[in-house]
Design a protein around this ligand. Structure first.
Ligand code: ATP
Ligand code: MG
Length: 566
């Protein structure tokens, strides 16, 4: 006996609380030992990182225990839904690394069955047509401590209800003039049981069923039954649905027998600092042109993060780190950024780009000479080998890497100071040329041919190492630097209008950066670069060979200087 408990502990190790429940259900042989989950997005917007948490759960648990996960579009509100969203949702789930095989379903596929169930409930006296407005119905709802008021239309005969409901679906009545409600209990302690609305009239055409239907089911009347029709065993959703669960079970009971019934389980939502997760607000950002679209790299959408250069793996790792609990929390975006850095550090090709260039002339280097120096592609993965980078008499370095009157312990370039040009030579500053306003226009240096990286003289120690790009070989590019979209930690909890909380500096465009030729030759979409000492970058979708554009995925945590001090 003790031994059995121990094996159980072994098997359960590392399971989150939802997986434990699934494990126990499977072990108890519920639903014939079958496991089926679903991810049920409403196609009314693009998926965001919160959805990624749900996707990792729904598909992840199915994978873990040998079950299946359906993709079900919850398309019950034609007014807000669009095929553009359907397509983007499919793409994003695949990109995250999950697949639903041929199990792509739509709640609208079940409209006939749901309608039949509604008709049955009407005939059984369990549903009625209410002619009141939604305001009147809301006023009669009561409060959690005071019972609601029964509608004057509550006791219509089944015949009259059926006649009205069929005519509602024929399009005879205006939107908002009538609804179908379940006749349950206006005094229930669960507000969701106070005669919830099952159907409303909508005359807007549906993206799949066209103008066939004039009545559309509410979420609560569609979701559990759709789960049931598909044979879903574990219907996993977020905590706000806890109070809906009794109603979910109530409608499922109208269909299910004792051999199978879907079970709703809830976990905590993902909320991220310095952004919003509500699709309504994200849509507003897009519609008002406050961002460049759903896939703007500042958006918390999957497509925005992909465009920005976040990897699917880093998003999955982040979701793993925050875990699943029964308590709402606000997750720090820094943790996501940490996961992104960790993965990009492992996979990015190291290259050189100068963001704010100033010219350096190496006066003792031959005018027409070009040497190729070897650059390691990725010290984290030596198998990725090397690439060559041209060195010549004139190079660019960062303006910030030179100071005419440096403070003590300044290890970059200054008059009479020496620095190593990464992968090439040690140079010494001999002078500068300034314009009328006193700005440095050119820096003059001499180099020591014995100090080339790889030669015996390269053992010579200097404190600073700079990145650089050869002037005649440099390619111009644009860099887009992103910062947090909001300058408030939790905009959703703030009373102010969200426009006031937008970070005005969330996008900085830097034109005229200089990149090494290797970058230009390899700037295909989806490629990840580390611009050394600057950050991680990826070509933007708008980038072309004529006009290179790079998104900064994330800044580097440490510069070479800081690493050396360790
Ligand atoms: P809406 O406000 O339009 O209903 P929604 O965010 O609930 O938006 P859905 O398309 O209904 O969007 O969500 C699909 C699934 O993703 C649901 O199961 C939902 O629980 C889950 N989900 C949505 N937002 C989050 C989040 N922030 N964290 C975890 N799961 C989420
Ligand atoms: Mg929803």
């Amino acid at each position: 006996m003790a031994e059995k408990v121990e094996t159980e502990g072994e098997e359960k190790k590392g399971l989150n609380f939802i997986e434990e429940i699934v494990y126990e259900d499977l072990k108890a042989g519920k639903n014939g030992g079958r496991l089926s989950t679903r991810f049920p997005p409403e196609p009314n917007g693009y998926l965001h990182i919160g959805h990624a948490k749900a996707i990792c759960m729904d598909f992840g648990v199915a994978e873990k225990f040998g079950g299946t996960c359906n993709l079900r579009f919850d398309d019950t509100n034609p007014v807000k839904e669009d095929v553009e969203y359907v397509d983007s949702i499919r793409e994003d789930i695949h990109w995250l690394g999950f697949d639903w095989g041929d199990r792509e379903y739509y709640a609208s596929d079940y409209f006939p069955k749901l309608f039949d169930l509604a008709v049955r409930l009407i005939k059984e006296g369990k549903a009625y047509v209410d002619d009141q407005t939604s305001e009147q119905i809301a006023q009669q709802k009561g409060t959690p401590t005071t019972p609601g008021t029964e509608s004057p239309f509550r006791n219509r005969t089944p015949e009259e209800n059926l006649d009205l409901f069929l005519r509602m679906n024929e399009g005879e009545f205006e939107e908002g003039s009538r609804v179908l409600r379940a006749k349950i209990d206006m005094a229930s302690s669960n507000m969701h049981f106070r005669d919830p609305i099952m159907y409303r009239i909508i005359k807007h055409p549906h993206h799949r069923t066209g103008t066939k239907w004039k009545v559309y089911p509410m979420y609560d009347f569609a979701h559990g039954q759709s789960d049931y029709f598909e044979g879903v065993t574990h219907s996993i959703c977020t905590l706000e649905f806890v109070p809906h669960r009794p109603l979910y079970d109530y409608f499922v009971n109208e269909l299910a027998d004792d051999t199978y019934r879907p079970r709703q389980l809830e976990f905590n939502r993902l909320n991220l600092t310095y952004t919003v997760m509500s699709k309504r607000k994200l849509l507003q950002l897009v519609k008002e042109g406050l961002v460049a679209g759903w896939d703007d790299p500042r958006m918390p959408t999957i497509s925005g993060m992909r465009r920005r250069g976040f990897t699917a793996k880093s998003i999955r790792n982040f979701i793993n780190m925050i875990g699943y609990t029964k308590f709402e929390a606000l997750n720090s975006v820094s943790l996501l950024e940490h996961a992104v850095r960790e993965d990009l550090n492992a996979i990015s090709t190291r290259v050189m780009a100068v963001m704010n260039p100033v010219k350096v002339i190496i006066t003792n280097y031959p005018e027409n000479k070009v040497e190729m120096v070897e650059m390691e592609n990725n010290p984290e993965n030596p198998e990725e080998g090397m690439h060559q980078m041209p060195f010549s008499r004139e190079i660019y370095i960062e303006r910030e890497d030179f100071m005419e009157n440096p403070p003590k312990k300044y290890f970059r370039l200054a008059p009479d100071a020496e620095v190593r040009l990464k992968g090439a030579y040690i140079v010494k500053c001999t002078g500068v040329k300034k314009d009328a306003a006193g700005n440095v226009e050119e820096i003059y240096c001499t180099y020591d041919p014995e100090t080339r990286s790889g030669l015996p003289g390269s053992a010579k120690k200097v404190k600073g190492t700079l990145h650089w790009v050869s002037v005649q070989h440099a390619v111009d590019a644009e860099a887009r630097l992103y910062d947090r979209l909001f300058n408030v930690e939790n905009p959703a909890a703030d009373e102010r209008d969200f426009h006031e909380m937008l970070n005005p500096d969330s996008l900085k465009v830097v034109k005229g950066i200089k990149v090494e030729p290797f970058i230009a030759q390899n700037a295909e979409k989806g490629r990840h670069f580390q611009f050394q000492r600057i950050g991680y970058f990826t070509p933007d979708y708008d980038s072309t060979s004529e006009k290179l554009i790079f998104n900064r995925s994330i800044s580097l945590k440490d510069s070479w200087e800081k690493e050396k001090k360790k």
